[in-house]
Ligand binder design. Sequence first.
Ligand code: FAD
Length: 437
Amino acid sequence: MLTRSLIGSDTQLNLHSYYEASVVRPAPRPPLQGEVTADVVVIGGGLAGLSAALEMARRGLSVVLLEADRIGAGASGRNGGQVIVGYASGQELLEQQLGADDARLAWDMSVEAVDLVERRIREHDIDCEWQRGYLYVADSARKARALREEIGNLQRHGVSCEVAEGAGLWRLIDSPRYVMAAYENRSGHLHPLKYTLGLAQAAERAGVRLCEQSPVTALERGAQLVAHSRHGRVHARYGVLAGNCMLPEYGPRVAPEIAARIMPVGTYIVATAPIDPALRQRLIPSNAAVCDNNFVLDYFRFGADSRLLFGGRVSYTTMTPPDLKGTMERRMGRVFPDLKGVPVDYVWGGFVDISMNRAPDFGRLGDNLYYLQGFSGHGMALTGLAGQLVAEAVLGQAGRFDVFARLKHHPFPGGRWLRTPSLALGMAWYRLKDLLG
Ligand SMILES: Cc1cc2nc3c(=O)[nH]c(=O)nc-3n(C[C@H](O)[C@H](O)[C@H](O)COP(=O)(O)OP(=O)(O)OC[C@H]3O[C@@H](n4cnc5c(N)ncnc54)[C@H](O)[C@@H]3O)c2cc1C
């Protein structure tokens, strides 16, 4: 069982994940010891770091990856498993900042990112319960109008949707909570920890050295980077920062310029006991992953063993909300009254790294240190693409990476200590809008 607290003093988030309970982890990889030289040092063993490491090793570079805890201990091994096309910021922001052509390129890369997940699963034979199918749902007339716009955007970008409303809704989802649903089959879902561990094995087979329990405590910059950990140092020509909400005790020391541009937001998931497969089939006939379009959203799907994995609820303070299990059960009961009384076997959470404008935040510090952050809840697919783009950039093909590097990002107002209360206030307004329909 993982014991490290992800953020601050909140240890509860780590303790009871269905994903950890449903995998057999390999023996721990030894921590970094002594002086090591490589072409690239990657900091962070989540999907972004693993993808970057794998892609660079495949291109012939020697790579050492340093992970503070165990591989997949961060968001990558604990998320909703929804592998989605598009961006949390919406396409409009990309069009405003990048212009029509590059925004279209960015959209196409988000579709490529989903296909890349599928390709890697096949290529590396990763058993992770992958399946296509995604359902967008709206719970009020106002949200249905917003969903129609979203569907219009998907269709303009070549993604077709099947729509159901009112009495016909049961064809897509049997829930009294929603007034409209739209199904598309480009996006999909999987078991995120199985996928992450599979990617780690693929990276190792490609020659990457993975060091667990190896937090980077300082990073010297220059033509040669030096990453310091507890018992060793890595000297490398290139570096990739892929620490997500970089541990608070290290982030500001390792990369203070970018640490304030992301905010850790807690989000939580419960897993029920397995339910009758016939009931599961009636509730979501396509077995798609589902997400509503509220600001504080509910996202859910059935796992391979017919457990409902139901996510939602957010915390802007990094502290686990009180009565989390009860709150989640009530939310789930509003969506599927048929599941009231089904026991909840697991409750866990993790931190999403959101940027101010919810667009991904990729770039360089100097000419040899790359960073990947701000996936804003869309990292399942985008992390894979991000790793590929860094590898292209390191080897001199920076065009696609630079599309993202051109996006403007700002620090959260309030600095290190006040950004959380400022954000909480802002979010309270959006939550009120959700409640008002
Ligand atoms: C509960 C939850 C549900 C989510 N649901 C979805 C979803 O359904 N679909 C989706 O697309 N996205 C979802 N996300 C977001 C998605 O999980 C992330 O965007 C993605 O996993 C980010 O990957 P990453 O590699 O950047 O970060 P992480 O997976 O967090 O990896 C970063 C790693 O860096 C390590 N690290 C940090 N600092 C250091 C340091 N100084 N030295 C060494 N190592 C360090 C950490 O220990 C961690 O293992 C969800 C997130 C959460 C928490």
